[in-house]
Design a protein around this ligand. Structure first.
Ligand SMILES: [Mg+2]
Length: 347
């Protein structure tokens, strides 16, 4: 049953309202002034508040404004119950409350208004939950639970603006699983999905709370690393690469029995190429998938043998489509880790 808070400084009216509501099986808590009411809202989170207007120290209007200024309490509906019955009072009250009842009140009318307010509250709660679910679906990759490309792009714009404003560095790392098609072709798509989920877990485990990790599509993943220099981005990418190399994805037969695990890094089969970018100035410069040449570090990692991290510094001049000036420390896209012979060039 709904929890109702009655706020009324007159003890007799307070008790009468509480009694009227309890007869209808509502749970009722009672406050005698505004401050006590705010504390009870904090402690008990009522579903509806019946609020007197004229009270000592803190008026009902002040209580309503205080609640509506806080995101955690702004959604709690309020019915003013007051002796102030002038039209201006009711208009002002309805600016802050869902309903307005004049004293002396008739019990059936008060109860009818309470039911109506609770119905509205229920609909608003359902709408809020639906919106949250839709928002979650719109920003989440269903298979891995990571953010999706749409959210990654939006977040990258935000982080680039923030980095520009505060003069911070920002790193973006793009990961592409090596020869992932072979996993699907050999063991089937369900096992391929398990590999993608396992890699998503690796990314989650290696990232900080301020990072954004996403599945960009297929077997391509991205990580946005705020306030991170190239060395930090490469260290992150290297940790992901090594962890993935050591990863063994359990394989299941139809009977559910476990067979030998899928090790996508065994016998020279390298699994994770990492392109690490650092960009000082412009989001679009590092947005994967939007520009010709965008994958060059990933492709470079692939063509130089896979299972490696390649770093590239992008400068502002590249944003404008001009030839990039050499970065004083990192003049060209460069292979960070060339331990393999590069003899296999399929992805
Ligand atoms: Mg009063």
């Amino acid at each position: 049953m709904a929890l109702l808070l009655v706020v009324e400084d007159d003890p007799e009216i307070n008790s009468l309202m509480a009694l009227t509501l309890r007869v209808e099986d509502y749970d009722v808590i009672q406050a005698r002034d505004g401050e006590q009411a705010l504390q009870m809202v904090q402690d008990r989170a009522p579903d509806l508040i019946l609020l007197d207007v004229m009270m000592p120290r803190m008026s009902g209007y002040d209580v309503a404004r205080t609640l509506q200024d806080k995101p955690s309490t702004a959604h709690i509906p309020i019915i003013f119950v007051t002796a102030k019955s002038e039209m201006e009072d009711r208009v002002l009250g309805l600016e802050m409350a869902v309903d307005y009842v004049c004293k002396p009140f008739a019990a059936p009318e008060l109860l009818a208004r309470v039911r109506a307010a609770l119905r509205m509250r229920k609909l608003q709660d359902e709408l809020r939950v639906s919106n949250e679910q839709l928002s979650h679906l719109a920003t989440t990759d269903a298979l891995t639970g990571l953010y999706n490309r749409r959210h990654f792009d939006a977040q990258l714009e935000n982080e680039m603006r923030r980095a520009q404003r505060f003069g911070n560095s920002l790193a973006v790392v793009v990961f592409d699983l090596d020869r992932f098609k072979t996993v699907n072709d050999t063991w089937g798509h369900a096992q391929g999905d398990a590999v993608l989920q396992a890699f998503a877990d690796v990314l989650r485990g290696q990232s900080r709370r301020i990072d954004t990790v996403a599945r960009l599509g297929g077997e391509e993943f991205g990580a946005i690393l705020p306030a991170t220099e190239e060395s930090g981005a490469c260290a992150f990418a290297e940790k992901v690469r090594v962890t993935t190399e050591e990863m063994a994805v359990p394989r299941r037969t139809r009977e559910g029995a476990s067979e030998s695990p899928i090790r996508i890094t065994t016998s020279g089969r390298r699994c994770c190429d990492c392109g690490a970018f650092r960009c000082r100035t412009h989001a679009r410069a590092v947005r994967p998938g939007r520009r010709a040449g965008r994958r060059s570090p990933v492709i470079q990692a692939k063509t130089s043998g896979r299972n490696r991290v390649v770093a590239q510094t992008l400068l502002e001049t590249q944003v404008a489509g001009q030839t990039p000036a050499p970065h004083p420390q990192h003049p060209t896209p460069k292979v960070k880790d060339a331990r393999f012979d590069g003899s296999q060039h399929d992805s």
